[in-house]
Design a protein around this ligand. Structure first.
Ligand SMILES: [Zn+2]
Length: 566
């Protein structure tokens, strides 16, 4: 069923992909691809590798055209290094396929790769991403790539010639504890690396995993194109001679592996990280090898920019400083996560807020939702919202009564999430249309609660005083005391968010002899600011805090009286 065609970057890319696929393989389902390495936590930057083709494939399917999104799990790649925080004894597994390395201690999963893939695939279900998973371990060990591997071996001189153009002396220098991103950046920096195979007459684009120790510390010493007889030796001392036409325990070096898979799967669209744009990068070299060796055109696809993070108070130590999609889904809904990626072109970098900016992000989302409802949103904004909240297959659940995230966060900050109190406060916000069940504000309430619990420091939490601050009260002048009286006098007039908003802004107006509907003047703003600071200090012993009307509602009239009457 064809739907409305958008006017955003996704729609334009889908146009290009459809036209390109029509040239390459008319009538066949279109293939969009992502590659994911489970060498460690798969973070929110890697999610762009998945969501960029997801949005394009989804747009194509919305138009009623068959299109498949492949996610290749590169779990047959070698384990390169033991990340910080993991038992150093894991070093014995360096050189084995990621799918053959034991999972980190305490994991319920069978292997290193499975452990990190599982968290991502769980998040992808929640995000509504429809895809076909390809395990490279399964592909290689089943012999699926046999013909293309034999072809790469026959064409090894051609491959060596292409790589030679990009080889530089030595490999990029990296600190011992370089993280995955640094390694990826160094690999993309231009030099064809050692892992592409040694140069010269004995160059082979294939690495066996050793039959003795399971690692790839192997060197091919003889290969016969006719018989496919291959002899290799390993640093561990093991050696054997096998027929490559029957051997399934090895893989093509990365820069050859990637174009081989473009050919195998018929990929028309695959994005790549900005670090792949330089000369000698995998994408550039892969493109040359795709044409020269595998007789196929490389996919079209944008370079995508980095995704930054703001905030993240507590996660840094346990997760190496890089939050994952599952971490983001703890504190925001799937539609909001999708929206962050859909509304920026892939070449624009953006930040995901784990700090107070998350409140603003939700405000923007709510404003956009209202604009769409009343028909005043721009077409590009409408497109981004639609891609965030639905796919060709499903509509993502939204919170029925989307109260501002900052309001929910303030309320659970004060109540600690206690349900009866939380419902009481939320139902007071708007007495003309009260919240009658916490279900009406789920899952946003649960996300705000987890944000408060995991991202706010003790210093940032709100602690309502249990006793009046008599010392502070003793220092107040007559005007300040009068302002507290005026507030208490007005408390019961309109116990609602609107009523209390009018009251807290109105008290300084009354004191200045101004009518309640006075527009703000510099003098009035100063008086209001001073009044607000006084209230915060009396109620929470700080100069700032949650928005005052929300704070007053949450504290409750009785306790306000107790704390402001000394
Ligand atoms: Zn070995």
């Amino acid at each position: 069923m064809a739907q409305e065609i958008g006017a955003d970057w996704v729609a334009r890319m889908a146009d290009e992909v459809i036209a390109e696929a029509e040239k390459r393989a008319p009538g066949k389902p279109i293939v969009c691809a992502s590659g994911i390495s489970a060498s460690g936590p798969i973070h929110l930057g890697n999610l762009r590798e998945v969501l960029t083709p997801h949005f394009v494939a989804d747009e194509i399917r919305r138009r009623g055209i068959a299109c498949e999104h492949l996610i290749s799990f590169d779990n047959y790649d070698r384990f390169r290094r033991v990340p910080n925080g993991i038992d150093p004894s894991w070093a014995e597994h360096i050189g084995k396929p990621l799918s053959a390395v034991p999972a980190p201690p305490g994991s319920a999963h069978a292997s290193w790769a499975e452990h990190f893939e599982a968290e991502l695939t769980g998040a992808l279900v929640e995000l509504g991403v429809v895809y076909r998973a390809i395990s490279q371990t399964e592909m290689y060990t089943s012999g699926a790539y046999r013909e293309l591997i034999l072809k790469a071996m026959r064409e090894r001189a051609t491959i060596d010639g292409v790589l030679a153009k990009y080889r530089t002396k030595g490999k990029p220098k990296l600190a011992q504890n370089a993280d995955a991103e640094e390694i990826a950046a160094a690999e993309g920096s231009g030099a064809a690396s050692e892992e592409d195979g040694a140069a010269g007459s004995d160059y082979y684009p294939y690495k066996p995993y050793c039959g003795g120790c399971g690692r790839d510390l192997t060197t091919i010493t003889a290969y016969d194109d006719e018989s496919t007889s291959m002899t290799y030796v390993c640093e561990c001392g093991f050696t054997e001679t096998v027929l490559l036409s029957e051997f399934n325990r090895g893989k093509l070096v990365w820069k050859v592996d990637w174009p081989m898979r473009w050919a195998y799967e018929g990929v028309t669209f695959e994005p790549s990280g900005v670090d792949h744009s330089s000369p000698g990068s995998s994408f550039v070299v892969g493109g040359e090898l795709a044409r020269a060796v595998f007789g196929t055109e490389p996919p079209i696809g944008p370079m995508y920019a980095f995704v930054g993070i703001s905030g993240m108070a507590k996660m840094s130590s346990s997760k190496g400083g890089v939050p994952t999609p599952a971490d983001a889904l703890e504190i925001m809904g799937p539609a909001q996560v999708r929206w962050l990626y859909a509304r920026r072109r892939p070449n624009q970098s953006f930040k995901i807020a784990f700090d107070g900016e998350i409140n603003r992000m939700y405000d923007e989302w709510d404003t956009l939702t209202r604009k769409i409802a009343d028909g005043t949103a721009s077409q590009a904004d409408v497109d981004a919202h639609r891609r965030a909240s639905s796919t060709a297959e499903l509509t993502l659940a939204e919170t029925p009564r989307p109260l501002p995230y900052r309001t929910l966060a303030s309320v659970v900050d004060i109540t600690g999430g206690e349900e009866v109190q939380t419902l009481r406060i939320l139902s007071d916000l708007d007495p003309s249309n009260p919240i009658t069940s916490l279900e009406q504000v789920q899952p946003r309430l649960a996300h705000a609660q987890r944000w408060v619990n995991t991202q706010l420091t003790a210093e940032q939490r709100t602690h309502v005083r249990t006793e009046p601050d008599r010392e502070l009260f003793a220092t107040l002048d007559a005007t300040q005391r009068e302002s507290l009286h005026l507030l208490l006098d007005g408390l019961d007039k309109d116990w609602s968010l609107d009523g209390l908003t009018t009251l807290v802004y109105g008290v300084p107006k009354l004191q200045l002899g101004l009518p309640m509907d006075t527009k703000p003047t510099p003098e009035l703003k100063v008086a209001q600011r001073e009044f607000f600071v006084l209230l915060y200090r009396m109620l929470v012993s700080h100069d700032t805090g949650p928005r005052l009307p929300t704070l007053l509602l949450a504290v409750g009239a009785d306790r306000i009286r107790q704390l402001l009457t000394v």
